[in-house]
Design a protein around this ligand. Structure first.
Ligand code: A3P
Length: 304
């Protein structure tokens, strides 16, 4: 079969999920080589659910007293350079040097499903925290489709929406099945609400201020009355908005290299809720709704 580019190349089925080889290796090495600190914070997402946004928001909340908003690191760097991927930073030889040197509280990012973390990190008695964001699967699918076609190797024809729809519904996409990824974190957030906070992209769009306060409370750094008076929450929302971030030079320029084939600009497309209506047929939408309903039935989770 012809190469599917980013969508399918090197995806392996591991512990019930479709992962890239480097994620499988990373997850296998976490247990033996990663030294979690009780103050670590993990920004967890399934791809295209708002990783870039959540990294920026949590980074800004945690570091709000360290930087001036007019000269903030987010004006000069893409969030992926400020919040490193945990699984990508455990080298084949088990070295974690690139994240060992980070000051506490360490802020790391992951796409790994919750069930792949070792017990010492998910154990209810540990102080470890995960902030998770998920998104309506219809928008995730459309976002992933565009992303996959942007990253398509030269000479590879574009993937059709029908093709990726079929794969996505079968659970075959990076870190899929999508619904199982969500459920892992959702259930953990119910069982261990001090350890896992579950957000929805749609809620953060609709009520950014309330969501940011929730994240700050969860992380044990609530906004003080003085900070509220100075409208710091509003400043963070503005700084991390799609409009602001996608217009920073660092996110507009082509940063593609051999080592890193994904450009900063690839993480910004529309940043909207409901763009799926412009792409999915009524039948596709109905099928996705049915799968979503079936998967989430009886779990208390819903996107509406
Ligand atoms: P769309 O393709 O629907 O526009 P990830 O960061 O997990 O890769 O997700 C990328 C998606 O989040 C893209 O969605 C992108 O446009 C959107 N996005 C990126 N930055 C954002 C921001 N600051 N606010 C809201 N959405 C953002």
């Amino acid at each position: 079969p012809r190469s599917k580019g980013w969508w399918l190349d090197q995806l392996l089925q591991y512990q019930g999920f479709w992962l890239s080889t480097y994620s499988v290796r990373g997850s296998m090495l976490i247990d033996d080589h990663f030294n979690p600190r009780p103050t670590d914070i993990i920004v967890a997402t399934s791809p295209k659910c708002g990783t870039t946004w959540l990294r920026a928001l949590v980074f800004s909340i945690i570091n709000r007293n360290s930087f001036d908003f007019s000269d903030h690191p987010l004006r000069k760097a893409n969030p992926r350079d400020l919040v490193q991927f945990l699984e990508a930073n455990i080298r084949g030889d088990g070295s974690t040097a690139s994240i060992d040197g980070l000051p506490s509280p360490r802020l790391l990012s992951t796409h790994l499903p919750y069930s792949l973390f070792p017990e010492c990190m998910t154990d209810d008695t540990s102080a470890y925290r995960f902030v998770y964001i998920c998104r309506d699967p219809k928008d995730v699918l459309v976002s992933k489709w565009h992303f996959a076609n942007k990253l398509r190797p030269k000479g590879v024809p574009p993937l059709s929406l029908e093709e990726v729809f079929d794969l996505f519904c079968k659970g075959v996409s990076h870190y899929g099945p999508f619904w199982d990824h969500v459920l892992g974190y959702w259930k953990a957030s119910l069982e261990s609400p001090k350890k896992v906070l579950c957000l929805k992209y749609e809620d953060v769009k609709k009520e950014p201020l309330g969501c940011l306060r929730k994240v700050a409370n969860f992380l044990g750094v609530p906004f003080t009355p003085e900070e509220e008076n100075k409208e710091i929450v509003e400043e963070i929302v503005k700084l991390c908005s799609f409009e602001n971030m996608s217009n920073q030079d660092v996110n507009k320029s082509d940063t593609r290299s051999l080592e890193n084939p994904i450009s900063n600009s690839d993480f910004f497309r529309k940043g909207e809720v409901g763009d799926w209506v412009n792409h999915l047929s009524p039948q596709m939408s109905e099928i996705l709704d049915q799968i979503t309903e079936q998967k989430f039935q009886g779990t208390g989770f819903s996107f509406h």
